[in-house]
Design a protein around this ligand. Sequence first.
Ligand code: IMP
Ligand code: MG
Length: 172
Amino acid sequence: MPEFIPVLTEEEIHKKVKFLAHQISHDYNGRQLVLIGVLKGAFVFLADLARELTVPVEIDFIWASSYRTGDTSCGKITLSCEMNTDIRGKDVLLVEDILDTGKTIVNILPALERMGPASLKVCAFIDKKERREVECRTDYIGHSVASGFLVGFGLDYSGKYRNLPAIYDLKF
Ligand code: IMP
Ligand code: MG
């Protein structure tokens, strides 16, 4: 059984989500926003963030999967960016659970850019810097960590632990 080292409590997460939502609502004041969550991990963060925003939002999701087994990624990413929402001419915020190597975001952004949004920014709840391989834009970050493999609040290990309300560093 792995050890779960606490990283952020439910209360700390809530405070950070509120802080981000305040910043985003301020920056997009008077405008409308399309939130695009990256499945599966971002579904919890997006649901919390959306409910704290004071600007009107539309919500959609795209799929990204990085052929991960356990805690390692081979760097190949499959994307499915089919959405019902037409983002042409709209302000779009891409919502991710965690930035690790940066490859997922770097692959998604050009696909969304081709759909002609008025603006496109990135919001990730966790910025994990240790394994960053490609430079990618990060406009809003909830919390930065140096390293570790995190679970909870949408983050999984082999499909499990996404439903934990707090975030833990998994130690084997
Ligand atoms: P990147 O493409 O390497 O930046 O990885 C991003 C994706 O890998 C995230 O959306 C997560 O699904 C997954 N990931 C990276 N680090 C972790 C972690 O510490 N815990 C759980 N999932 C992670
Ligand atoms: Mg993810």
